[in-house]
Design a protein around this ligand. Sequence first.
Ligand SMILES: [Zn+2]
Ligand SMILES: [Zn+2]
Length: 264
Amino acid sequence: MSNFTYHCHTTNSDGKNTPLEMMQRAKELGFKSIGITDHFSYHPNNDDHSPWDMSTVDKAIDYWLKCYDKVQQAAAQVDIKVLFGFEVDFYKSARWRSDFEKILARCPYDYLLTSTHYLRNADESKRISIFHTGPNGTYEDELLDSFWDTTAAAVQSGYFDFIGHMDLFEHRGIAKKAYTDEKARVFELMQRVHMAAELNTGAKRHGALFYPSETFLKEMLPYDISLMVNDDAHSTEQLGTCFDEAEDLLARIGYTNRIDLAQK
Ligand SMILES: [Zn+2]
Ligand SMILES: [Zn+2]
């Protein structure tokens, strides 16, 4: 049974509880460690007005350092190992990467995870949240093709320790094809650079499937990709939810390659 989570959210972005409340609850649950990963969605064209909106490098750095300070202040008050990172929306463009490197040069972190939350067009002028898509919508091929393409580039970028909810795209029922070759390419790249993935229990607790699904995990299995179970908790009640079912699934399909970032 996992006694950690390395993917959860706090009031620094869209979570309901403060970093301290999340850490205290993790401690009560017997977790040995917790990684706080609020959203990092910097893009020069960023037009959303979420609380973690960041449309310039300076705003992004300011947000990052504020999150870091809050997490460190809370960590000093609890007896549990705390890691600090972000759930980063990666973009392929040279402009984004150059800006991201400026941000990384100024900002501390223990690890980074990347999740693809948006379909986007080639020049990154348009993006659609995958959470707002569904099987009845029609989406241009350019947008649909961007999912695995962006994920592959994120793996190759070398910025990230693991990928969050890898098959989100498949859960929405919007793809017009199986993307078999594209997925195999991502798995091969992950194997080559020893990049990990998560089994995310976030959707499972709402009655849907795990991310990735059992089918997807079986496709991943031959590539020997390290896996961790994370809850993607957005509140204290969501910490550790469905971890037993996740362990049962992994045991049943023989997925034994596991990783604990705190032991790295
Ligand atoms: Zn996410
Ligand atoms: Zn998340």
